[in-house]
Design a protein around this ligand. Structure first.
Ligand code: UDP
Ligand code: MG
Length: 314
């Protein structure tokens, strides 16, 4: 199997026929052997019926139906787990992504990349509620993760399967796969892709997604930088806070002895107690984090490194 196309579907009944037609039209000229995995994420319209109908005629279309609506990331993850291709290509089920871009993504991947990420250069979505928050989020993700892309949110991407096997998805994390993949040394490239307005059905998201993305970004940043060494983060802040506490304590004493400021009337005393307390808390959190990191890595026999090639090692 050359590649697997993975499509999350949530209430897209009016798009499924056209989507299937567009994918097959874009790929049937080529020699490639491929499969299409459509994951029905607990739709409550006629989506599943439409999928069943096509799957009966074409066994390249594989259908997974989730028991309830688990969300786009979970649906994609179900598709990734079932995919058998050596390259995996997720895309939206609402025809906003263009299947005609798939051959170009594959070409780019074959230039020696592990991930090629689509860039909706001319994005056809509403300006205020979608494009502006997305611009800000992209800039933030780019500077925090150190993986510089213009458009993390584009579903249309191409992954080598080894890369996807190595990352586990939670929450709304599908947009962070390139960043997580680069953590294991994947080579990531970007390619402008076509984007079209949604003609049928409705978008499943509103502006509140921005908040979820920011929270997930915090998780990803922590995982990327500190998952194997939490004490380095919390311990550092703990020590700074303790030092600030000692400083403010010394100041309180100085004011008591040389300036005859009564300590219990000096607000610095409260600050001192607060900072010392926080400092200890930070360090204890770091130590608990270290314990957790050991449970996480050792319970899965997960190494803290990733190997690309080995020579003479069998
Ligand atoms: N989707 C899904 N589960 C959900 C929400 C969305 O499988 O809970 C699918 C949806 O059917 C579509 C894709 O994810 O194929 C992207 O959703 P949408 O087009 O609503 O997002 P937007 O393009 O507005 O960002
Ligand atoms: Mg869409």
């Amino acid at each position: 199997m050359d590649f697997s196309i993975v499509v999350p579907i949530y209430n897209e009944q009016d798009n499924i026929d056209d989507l299937y037609a567009a994918i097959t039209a874009a790929l049937d000229g080529s020699e490639a052997r491929y499969e299409i995995i459509m994951v029905d994420d607990g739709s409550n319209d006629g989506s599943y019926g439409a999928l069943q109908r096509i799957a009966a005629l074409d066994d390249r279309l594989k259908v997974i139906r989730l028991r309830r609506n688990f969300g786009q990331t979970a649906a994609m993850s179900a598709g990734f787990d079932a995919a058998r291709g050596s390259v995996i290509i997720p895309m939206d089920g609402d025809l906003q992504n263009d299947p005609a871009d798939i051959p170009r993504l594959l070409e780019k991947l074959n230039e020696g990349y592990d991930v090629v990420s689509g860039w909706r250069r001319e994005r056809k979505d509403t300006f205020v509620t979608r494009k502006i928050p997305s611009r800000l989020a992209n800039a933030l993700i780019s500077s925090m993760t150190g993986v510089h892309l213009h458009d993390y949110g584009c579903t249309l991407k191409a992954y080598r399967r080894e890369v996807l096997d190595a990352v586990n998805l939670y929450g709304e994390m599908h947009r962070f796969v390139p960043a997580l993949a680069s953590q294991i040394g994947a080579r990531v490239a970007e390619l402008p892709v076509n984007h079209r307005p949604r003609l049928r059905g409705t978008s499943k998201y509103c502006i509140s997604r921005t908040l979820r993305v920011v929270l997930d970004l915090m998780t990803v940043k922590f995982l990327l930088s500190y998952s194997t060494k939490p004490i380095q983060l919390f311990g550092k802040w703990g020590i700074y806070t303790l030092l600030a506490g000692v400083g403010s304590g010394a100041m309180t004493l100085y004011m008591k002895i040389f300036e005859h400021h009564s300590m219990n009337r000096n607000p610095l005393l409260i600050l001192t107690a607060f900072l010392l307390f926080m400092g200890v808390q930070f360090i204890v959190l770091g130590l608990l984090g270290e314990l957790n990191a050991r449970t996480y890595f050792e319970s899965q026999s997960k190494p803290i490194y990733v190997i690309r090639d080995r020579i003479n090692l069998g």
